[in-house]
Each structure stands twice: as structure tokens, then as C-alpha cells.
Write a protein that binds this ligand. Structure first.
Ligand code: TYD
Length: 140
């Protein structure tokens, strides 16, 4: 069985706030159900641009709006679910096999991503028709 959009969720992390500001913690296996192998971040996204437009076969990810805001639309081939990320103490858990589109980036937005695997272009499905075929083979 492959994961559906209903298996993806917005997680809330500890927030340590004082008069000097806030700090949030994301610890592997405690706060998120995978070990973190890679971190990358998207920034300087021009207004109106969209990112993503792909799925991963094996990769687990957590997306955080480290600053600013953006929308993430998840798609399992049958159902879509949109999340508006705008709080640095929240993260969207995206499980393997889910198509994602990111758009509506505010100015100064930073999408910080924690990932379970190294970068591997072979893990990507970048063609939506191929994604739909991939989703139909439920036991792959
Ligand atoms: P991509 O994953 O397509 O970005 P997005 O989903 O945000 O639109 O990656 C964009 C480019 O960056 C692509 O040429 C691959 C490269 N890249 C790496 O080299 N290493 C990485 O860890 C990632 C995530 C991307």
C-alpha cells in the first residue's frame, strides 16, 4: 500500500520563546519518523513562481516555512490536499509517493527541508502521467 495525502500531516514542534526571540527543535525519530540525511532550502523565489512538480519514490521529507509563507499542494493521484505554511514551529511531513506543488511564496520566504536520503535524481518522478501510472501499481 502506498501512502495517501491523508497520511501527510502538519506537525508542531517545541517552541522556546523569551524576550530575546524563539527557538524550535526538530529531532530525528523523536519529532519526525525518519533519520535526517540531508538538509536543503529554497529561497529567493520570485513572486508567482512555483516549485516542486514531482514525487519521490522513497524519500521522506519535512518542509518548514523557516521564514515567510508558501502553499504546498499534495496529490496522491486520487486526492489533493493543500497546506499553507507560515509558522516556523510547524512542519509538513511528506511521505514517499506523493506529488507536490509549491507556490504562493511570499517575499523573503524560505522553505527549509529535512530529508531522509541523499540527493538522487533516480528517486524523482517528474512526469505527472508517469506518476499516475506509478500510483496505479500499488505494490511497487
Ligand atoms: P528540485 O528538487 O527539482 O527543486 P524544486 O522541487 O524545489 O523545484 O531541484 C532543483 C535543482 O537542484 C535540480 O537541478 C537538482 C538540484 N538539487 C541538488 O543538486 N541537490 C538537492 O539536494 C536538491 C533538492 C536539488
Amino acid at each position: 500500500m502506498k501512502y495517501t495525502v491523508n497520511d501527510c500531516e502538519l506537525l508542531e514542534f517545541d517552541k522556546h520563546s523569551s524576550s530575546k526571540g524563539s527557538l524550535s527543535v526538530v529531532q530525528h525519530q523523536k519529532d519526525i519518523p525518519f533519520d535526517i540525511k540531508r538538509v536543503y532550502y529554497l529561497y529567493d523565489v520570485p513572486g508567482g513562481a512555483s516549485r516542486g512538480a514531482h514525487a519521490h519514490k522513497e524519500l521522506w521529507q519535512l518542509m518548514i516555512a523557516a521564514s515567510g509563507s508558501f502553499r504546498v499542494t499534495l496529490d496522491d493521484g486520487k486526492q489533493k490536499r493543500s497546506f499553507f505554511l507560515n509558522r516556523p514551529y510547524q512542519g509538513l511531513l511528506v511521505k514517499p509517493g506523493i506529488w507536490r506543488d509549491l507556490d504562493e511564496f511570499s517575499s523573503g520566504a524560505c522553505c527549509f527541508v529535512l530529508a531522509s536520503e541523499d540527493y538522487d535524481e533516480e528517486d524523482y518522478i517528474r512526469n505527472y502521467k508517469e506518476f499516475i501510472i506509478y500510483r496505479k501499481h500499488d505494490n511497487d
